[in-house]
Ligand binder design. Sequence first.
Ligand code: AHR
Length: 488
Amino acid sequence: MSAKIRLDAQNLGAVINRNIYGHFSEHLGRCIYGGLFVGEDSPIPNKKGMRTDVVEALKHIKVPVLRWPGGCFADEYHWEDGIGPKETRKRMVNTHWGGVVEDNSFGTHEFLELCEQIGCEPYINGNVGSGTVKEMSEWVEYLNSPGDSTVAQRRWANGRKEPWNVKYWGVGNENWGCGGNMRPEYYGDLYRRFNTYCRNYTKEHPLYRIACGPNVNDWEWMDGVMKVVGRYCDAITLHYYTHPRGWEEKGSATEFDTDEYYLTLRKAAYMEELIKGHTAIMDKYDPKHKVGLIVDEWGTWFTVEPGTNPGFLYQQNTMRDAMVAAINLNIFNNHADRVVMANLAQMVNVLQSVILTDGDQMLLTPTYHVFDLYKAHHDATLLPTEVECPVSGGMNSITVSASVKENVITVTAANLDCENAQQVTLDIANCDVQKVTARILTGEMHEKNTFEDKENVKIAEFTDFAVENGCVVMNLPACCVVEVTING
Ligand code: AHR
């Protein structure tokens, strides 16, 4: 098999917003509790309750932004339950996720501490479904007001004098479903009302206002909401999960055949159609692309691991997940003119995580390594690509995106064919190829990392390429993701 990728070093596209490499953490299963936060008294090494091993791993992939506290949990969350002395914090039932008692020991201050340790921007999702305008308005004030209002003084009393100036604010989550089962017109009006009272406390730190967008291909929701809120928001969201079989019987994370492998990848590639379709609707109301599209929930959603709580959404992660990540991240890069942020669901121990933990043990999933391979794209300038490749399993066998930053070109590509290697020629116009280095993640499609063998799948240096007539000719093994760095 052979394929060709063409790009032009002087044909510059949009800047790839680093926030495309964002993550999502919800009060769900073991994402927060056990995964990110263990509490200061835990024997697991931690700083102010945050797991040191997990934080260090997240710093390595340069997580730019983290969304919290949900998800469906966001529209049931009342922020005042999660501040002040831990002993007096309210205990609530997490009705969406396993019916467990949420003791609110991880709240606003803890989330901001976590973001500071990781070095990422916080993205807070407010409660529209069961919250009030006053509640959300005061949450913004609590976090961002530099003054000495009573609300700001509560923040001081809880140990934080300086405002955090949180920029990213989501006004509700999935308000077409778990966030209130609303109609687009009704949500649109509610958005306008909530948004009015979310104040900018300083000129230097205006809020970035995010409206709840559609599920998958709900074009009607996108149209209805954009019509009403397009002038009042900075961005609108899209949620799309990859379920190979369907919502009811999702399929195993680790046991699948070749047909199901390709079915999963074809479903992941559907993201491109969704982005094009929703962009066309947004263009009607926002032809100048002032409103960004944020894919703030994406990733694989399989049947939970046998023996685990069905409400905890804990799943393993294989090379198939790595392919899904490569496909999605390339699509987001290639649509950087509209996609301004994306948040993988979810960061640790839930759905397509980059990290799994078991007690004091931690492992990095194949998906983590894809985020590592793609990190040079953060804030780089897109170089549009053209691909000619064979079809495997009913889809293009190569996915690719490219960017340039400080005269260094980065190409990330995956050979999605799970059985055949292919020779891939990278033809870069207007570039005198001088030095090429590459890294690879590869393995049979079922391969994964386990707590017994944590480094079964990991990044290696890739050297099976040659520079011929100014082109980089690579021999890509089956089922692999590569990062190629070109100095020209
Ligand atoms: O990520 C799990 C759930 O999926 C989120 O809570 C919700 O927003 C979506 O339906």
